[in-house]
Design a protein around this ligand. Structure first.
Ligand SMILES: [Zn+2]
Length: 306
């Protein structure tokens, strides 16, 4: 985006983010994931959840895509997706962006959406300190500098404590295996009933693995993601081998004997490939949760002290 647009949207740089304040309404510039492409959007945080109906009405009123996001409570933030420039003239485009921002702010007032006027950590306005606006992950919110500093200290301490428990890794891996296995059960049941694949159910395998790992309380460093993915793949391959073993036995064959037949071999490989592909989709669906490592948690709050 060009400087000119930042000016039109009243955005100024703060750390690695751009933030804005127009007539007391605050927002930040965020990336919006639209499937295969990434767009820019303005994120507004409110101190309450927003009904889907309200979001739809705002969308209609400003004639622009409005998406939900979550800061503290589910759907407590709205993202106004900024339009593409396409063939518009520079001036016309800048004006359009500015108008969109003003319309959005008016719509928030019209539907009585309220932003935080109090510290998002202690929920008090009055304090020995004045409120300051800080970037928390991608949100721009008011905090007391001391509340922010204390919060950062707390998170870092709990991460340090967690990271010192590397002796719990074996337990976490075992529980992750158990969790991934439990996650496989709904899929197995559906397969036996309807003989159909459901990609969404494959997401339960890495999710089960994640919760198992978490239960074991080992450090949630980047290697956790690899452990969960490897365990999920192992579970899917083992399940495939298991069902084919049963099939082979029912035909009075051993599995390796059955797979010598090129037709069976083809079907087996085909099924295995589809399962792994579906698992890939499952991992993608659960990515936000399973990639929530302690490094990421620290990154999110790093800007709170600035
Ligand atoms: Zn506070």
């Amino acid at each position: 985006m060009k400087e000119e647009i930042y000016n039109q949207l009243h955005l100024t740089k703060k750390g690695n983010t751009y933030v804005g304040n127009l007539n007391g309404v605050t927002y930040s510039l965020v990336d919006v994931d639209m499937g295969t492409i990434s767009m820019k959007g303005l994120m507004f945080v409110f101190n309450h959840s927003i009904q889907n109906e309200t979001r739809r009405l705002i969308q209609k009123k400003i004639r622009n895509s409005v998406r939900f996001s979550t800061f503290k409570m589910k759907n407590d933030s709205l993202i106004i997706v900024l339009p593409f420039k396409l063939f518009k003239k520079e001036e016309e485009f800048n004006e359009k962006n500015n108008l969109l921002l003003c319309d959005s702010i008016n719509a928030f007032q019209f539907y009585e959406l309220h932003q935080y006027q109090e510290c998002v950590i202690c929920h008090k306005v009055r304090h020995e300190e004045k409120l300051d606006y800080r970037v928390w992950d991608v949100s721009y919110v008011p905090v007391h500098p001391k509340c922010a500093a204390d919060h950062v200290k707390d998170v870092k301490q709990s991460v340090e404590k967690e990271n010192s428990k590397s002796n719990r890794l074996i337990l976490s891996i075992i529980l992750s295996l158990v969790g991934a296995f439990v996650g496989l059960i709904p899929l197995v049941m559906i397969l036996y009933i309807s003989d159909a694949f459901y990609a969404i159910l494959y997401a339960l395998i890495p999710l089960g693995g994640f919760y198992g790992y978490k239960l074991g309380k080992a450090p949630r460093k980047t290697y956790m993601i690899y452990i969960i993915i490897i365990i999920s793949v192992l579970i899917v391959v083992a399940f495939e081998l298991f069902t084919w073993n049963i099939l082979a036995l029912s035909l009075d064959y051993t599995l390796s004997g059955l797979l010598e037949d090129s037709t069976y071999q083809y079907v087996f490989l085909n099924e295995l490939l589809i399962s792994l592909l579906f698992l890939g989709i499952g991992i993608f669906i659960s990515w936000k949760l399973i990639s929530n490592t302690s490094d990421k948690q620290i990154n999110k709050i790093e800007t709170l002290n600035k």
